[in-house]
Design a protein around this ligand. Structure first.
Ligand code: PBG
Length: 332
């Protein structure tokens, strides 16, 4: 990229364009709007309307009725898309994540309810088995090993169950090799030609998923870590290969995850491929900011908007964030 020649001071004074709000707004390069936000919603299959998630102050697990209300709120706030994450009764979990395939399970039920009540809001579903397995892994576990190809068969069935319920976007977050291709094939074969795939293409094995695992109830269950399938934090070139592979297999959009510690990856992916690149400001990022805000150590509104704007500046088309409704209200 070439730059305009820089005049020497005092011909050039950078501060001229910073002297008042109106001029700062006029020359700002990137702008955040509610249309850039995706709201991750945790749902549960119990009776209670809302159950607070201890490690994520301000985030509740919602029952079906509350989830529909949240989607209505998203519509009213101008948030285009909600993403569903289920917390199911542990009695329904097994080694193979069978409940993920249940056409009348929690996720398909909530998808149908939202698409009935608020069809103008997009609904995205996570494709992975971790919310449904008694070991907390995203794939099928056999003899201590997460089996790639055995997992694919289940992930395909899970995606189809979501598409049949009316999900607009399926989002494989499992990091098994080849999953985007087989999911795309299956969707086409069943006539779901407009179902979008947003792949968690560059998803790193991260400590920042901790609070989420409490939210969906997989933290106590999780045996070991996810390093044999999620990416190693030291790698950047590999992220580009992951994205290239998912696009070649039929992903419409890609994601980088986590967010703030991986802004370099967001920037590289979006500038290299020039496809809609999303970024997930994950539960640990949310929790750490909330904790500081509750202590009065961070200015709440500015800190939220600053982090979300930084994702846009790095090249993201949109951001998954638990701050979505609050941020949308702030943005008016
Ligand atoms: C797994 C999944 C995870 C998140 C979204 N989907 C956690 C994991 O990989 O262990 C994390 C979201 C967050 O931390 O906010 N399918």
């Amino acid at each position: 990229m070439s730059h305009a020649p820089v005049a020497p001071y005092p011909a050039l004074r950078f501060r001229r364009l910073r002297q008042a709000d109106w001029i700062r707004r006029l020359v700002r390069e990137t702008v955040l709007t509610p249309a850039d936000l995706v709201w991750p919603i945790v749902i549960h299959d119990g009776e209670e309307a809302r159950i607070p998630v201890t490690s994520m102050p301000g985030v509740d697990r919602l029952n079906v009725v509350e989830a529909v209300k949240a989607a209505m709120e998203a519509r009213d706030l101008g948030i285009p898309l909600v993403a569903l994450f289920p917390n199911i009764d542990s009695a329904r979990k097994d080694a193979f994540g069978s409940e993920a395939l249940n056409p009348s399970g929690l996720v398909p039920t909530v998808v149908r309810a939202i698409k009935d009540a608020v069809p103008e809001v997009g609904v995205m579903c996570d494709v992975a088995l971790d919310c449904y397995t008694d070991h907390g892994h995203d794939g099928v576990l056999v003899d201590g090993v997460i089996r790639n190809d055995e997992s694919l068969e289940r992930l395909v069935e899970q995606s189809l169950a979501q598409a049949r319920a009316g999900a607009d976007i399926v989002a494989p977050s499992d990091m098994m090799d080849g999953r985007v291709g087989v999911i795309r094939q299956a969707l086409e074969a069943e006539g779901f030609k407009d179902t979008m795939i947003l792949s968690y293409a560059a998803k790193y094995a991260s400590a920042f998923y901790g609070p989420y695992r409490e939210a969906v109830g997989s933290s106590k269950a999780l045996q070991g870590d996810k390093k044999t399938y999620q990416m190693d934090l030291g790698n950047s070139e590999e992220a580009l290969r992951e994205v290239a592979a998912d696009l070649a297999e039929g992903a419409d959009m890609v994601m980088v995850k986590p967010g703030m510690p991986y802004l370099d990856i967001v920037q590289r992916v979006s500038s290299t491929f020039r496809v809609p690149t999303f970024v997930y400001q994950v539960s640990g990022e949310y929790a750490m900011m909330r904790a500081a805000m509750q202590n009065g150590w961070l200015e709440e509104e500015r800190a939220i908007l600053e982090t979300l704007s930084a994702f846009k500046r790095a090249g993201a088309a949109g951001v998954l964030t638990y701050f979505a409704p609050q941020a949308a209200r702030l943005l008016g």
